[in-house]
Design a protein around this ligand. Structure first.
Ligand code: CA
Length: 440
């Protein structure tokens, strides 16, 4: 079954939860992202909830059978769990049925409104948010051609893109155990480093701590070992997207990464936003895939079809802001460092899924695939400080008068993402934030 536009995307639909009708809300009734929460200070088990305006709807607390029927009821019952994995496993027909049921339940003048008990709505500000899924495996791609070019140029000025880049979606296997939810402090890693002007390696706290602004793709239903997911079927396996900060210690990374790729320079922490925006909710913002310039090779057939070229892209505007400890003490608002877009992906998220499984590798519900740093062509669209500071050769100023090349202790990094299109209600991803704390 395919993802399509339906009444849940109708921009005229409003909610009886009037805070969701605020034009600036990331979570109008057209979004309905999934997360895992409990009321702050309670010792209740965490459960799956849906963000609506400034509230979380405790789906299990409604009582699935009282409000929903059929696939929607089964999907709602799967929300009585401390992770979205059970819902993910059910597949697209169940996800879409629950989305439709929630939209009808929450819309203005819904005859079922009285069936939502007050205790089923918790203010997001009063909720403790957890990782949305149990993440068994995490892989990180390298799919923004501008990031690959910017980063490559630092090391190979005349030949920034390696010859495989336009043929094969490049990725590495990341570390799932150190994925943390937004708001978790990030401890500056220690490790072995060797900068180019140093005679030998030394050990200590990273001096080149960076962020990477990325999107995360949560796999819903998986595939059996040995049974690849075709490009045509890939969207049925994608549950939804979140924001990802692939924190990176550049000095550790540059010394260790050859020949097997990133290891300790990345595996100390990866932050994700708490809300998973479903592929269904993103449907109005689908776009054509990145247009390969004339002369670029066509993808091999398993990575190419008309539908992916026509609508494999998703238009998400992304931003990164920085707030230093000094800025916070002076009550200076977070400073925007860059604004970028998911449209710089040379490979679509569906090509990533098809490629990841083409050798028979199995993906499982809750697996996370990150896109790689989403940089654009301009300095103001860089998704990492490595690119912004040209590997520490340029510093930039903060409104407090401080300067930066890489992150200092106390710096808080904030990512936001939002989708807008004429004729549709804008939706957002909420926030992915993390503050750097000193090395142990
Ligand atoms: Ca990355």
């Amino acid at each position: 079954m395919s993802v399509k536009l339906d009444e849940t995307h109708d921009p005229a639909v409003t909610s009886w939860l009037t805070c969701a009708n605020d034009a600036n809300s990331d979570f109008p009734i057209q979004n309905l992202p999934f997360g895992v929460f409990r009321k702050r200070g309670s010792d209740a088990a965490a459960r799956v909830g849906v963000a609506i305006g400034s509230y979380v709807l405790d789906v299990a607390a409604i009582g699935a059978g009282r409000v929903f029927e059929g696939a929607a009821a089964a999907a709602a019952a799967a929300c009585n769990a401390p992770s979205v994995n059970g819902l993910m496993e059910l597949g697209r027909s169940h996800w879409s049925a629950l989305r439709l049921g929630l939209s009808r339940l929450l819309r203005s003048a819904s005859p079922m409104r009285h069936r939502v008990p007050p205790e089923a709505l918790v203010r997001i500000d009063d909720a403790e948010l957890f990782l949305p899924a149990f993440i068994g495996d995490y892989s990180d791609f390298f799919a923004s051609i501008h990031h690959a070019t910017n980063a490559g140029r630092l090391f190979r000025p005349d030949n920034p893109l390696l010859p495989n880049y336009k043929h094969v979606p490049i990725a590495y296997h990341g570390r799932a155990s150190s994925i943390v939810v937004s708001g978790t402090p990030v401890i500056r890693p220690r490790g072995q480093t060797r900068l180019p002007d140093e005679a030998g390696p030394s050990f200590g706290a990273s001096q080149r701590l960076d962020y990477e602004l990325e999107l995360g793709v949560f796999i819903g239903s998986g595939n059996a070992l040995g049974k690849p997911i075709s490009l045509a079927d890939a969207q049925d396996h994608v549950f939804g997207l979140c924001l990802v900060n692939d924190w990176s210690a550049r000095d550790i990374q540059s010394w260790e990464y050859q020949p097997l790729g990133p290891f300790l320079g990345k595996s100390f922490a990866t932050s994700i936003s708490p809300w998973v925006v479903t592929l269904d909710a993103l449907m109005p913002f689908r776009r054509s895939a990145y247009a390969r310039p004339p002369g670029d090779p066509a993808p091999l057939p398993y990575l190419d079809n008309h539908a992916d070229r026509a609508s494999g892209g998703i238009d998400i505007a992304l931003s990164v802001k920085l707030s230093s400890q000094t800025m916070r003490s002076q009550r200076i608002a977070p400073h925007t460092l860059a604004q970028t877009s998911s449209q710089y992906l040379y490979w679509t998220i569906f090509q990533m899924v098809a490629h990841h499984t083409v050798n028979g590798c199995n993906l499982r519900p809750g697996d996370l695939i990150a896109t790689g740093t989403l940089s654009g062509p301009e300095r103001t669209a860089c998704g990492s400080l490595l690119e912004m500071s040209v590997n520490a050769s340029h510093s930039f100023a903060l409104p407090s008068g401080e300067t930066r090349t890489f992150l200092e202790d106390g710096d808080e990094v904030l990512f936001h993402g939002r989708c807008s299109r004429e004729g549709y209600r804008s939706i957002g991803f909420g926030e992915c934030r993390g503050v750097v704390v000193p090395a142990n």
